[in-house]
Write a protein that binds this ligand. Sequence first.
Ligand code: FAD
Length: 373
Amino acid sequence: MSHIDTFHITIIGAGVIGLAIAEELSTRYERVLVVEKNTSFGQETSSRNSEVIHAGIYYPHGFLKAAFCTEGNQLIYKLCRERNIPHNRVGKLIVATNDEECEKLTSIKKHAEGNGVSDLTLLGKKQILSLEPEVSATAAIFSPSTGIIDSHNLMRSFYLNAESQGAVIAFRSEVTAIHNENGSYELETNRGEYRFRTKLLINCAGLYSDKIAAMAGININQHGYRLKYCKGNYFSASPAPKINHLVYPVPPENTVSLGIHATRDLGNRVKFGPDSQYVDAIEYSIDERRKASFYHSIKKYLPGIKEEALNPDMCGIRPKLQGPGEPYRDFIIKDEKDIGHPGLINLIGIESPGLTSCAAIARYVMSLVTPYL
Ligand SMILES: Cc1cc2nc3c(=O)[nH]c(=O)nc-3n(C[C@H](O)[C@H](O)[C@H](O)COP(=O)(O)OP(=O)(O)OC[C@H]3O[C@@H](n4cnc5c(N)ncnc54)[C@H](O)[C@@H]3O)c2cc1C
């Protein structure tokens, strides 16, 4: 019989989710393998986002997004302190610019409390001006536990810890076939370059996670797993307004994003976005014509902004489960034993707040893995 390498656990994808899981599982288990198609970790959605540590304000009650975000928020700050990962608990303002939005602030605060976010305070015009002299708003919510993080440093720390605990992380290794073999999975990378077997298979392939599920034999249309790509564009401004916190508008109804907000990064650069644009393909160009809609949204709360000061900056693509106008969907994080794939753990639709939730998701995946090993 020909020899074939066998791993206990294989994780597909070295973004922030795959790496957090690799570190968590390798504390307890040997023969953990991560396969990543790119030449290094974190080259896709995990490095194309706002790097915000969210508090968990808006997610529907009972959703995984709400639970993992609030737990993840605390876990991430703890990790940052313990590992000296650059971060800033900078705080966020949700600003209301008219009466209708003012009324919504109370219901946002109440909703957040239902998610366990109990540190929000309501601010009046004077308090807003003292915190943010360039912002025009009649009322606001202040969220002290929203912050920003250097996501590359976070991923590097997961990567180094996973490796030092014995996990193998193989770059330039694209999974191109998966065969379900009586209780284990046989995988092929780079169209047959390498074949190996794994008892457990954890799909953290981000924008390609629906394709991995299909490769494993799951009917992704029937199960509602097919991803839709939703681009989030960012613009920066030169000269940039001076803001001291993250500044978000009250989210517009029926949209798929939080509204065009102003974020600061750790180098004090201000960027605006992301907006939301459903696209058919994964490509990262920015349509400059979107500048006008950015300007109209931003000037409501930053009246000093000039349209000509805005420049295309970067973009990312959300792996969304809901298409335009469809009901809001939760993360899918699931052992597929009930549909004939025991030991295949799918993570699909890990859009925001995936970065904030990564350590909490990793703990949850540990609980799914434990019965098998
Ligand atoms: C515009 C935008 C803004 C966001 N802002 C925030 C924010 O402020 N705060 C927050 O908490 N979250 C935010 N998010 C969400 C967050 O970025 C994601 O939830 C998180 O990065 C997802 O990580 P991941 O590891 O699942 O995916 P990825 O980072 O995409 O990693 C998946 C990996 O799988 C690999 N892969 C795919 N197919 C294969 C294959 N066949 N073989 C081998 N490898 C494969 C890919 O190469 C990739 O490296 C934002 C997302 C977007 C798009």
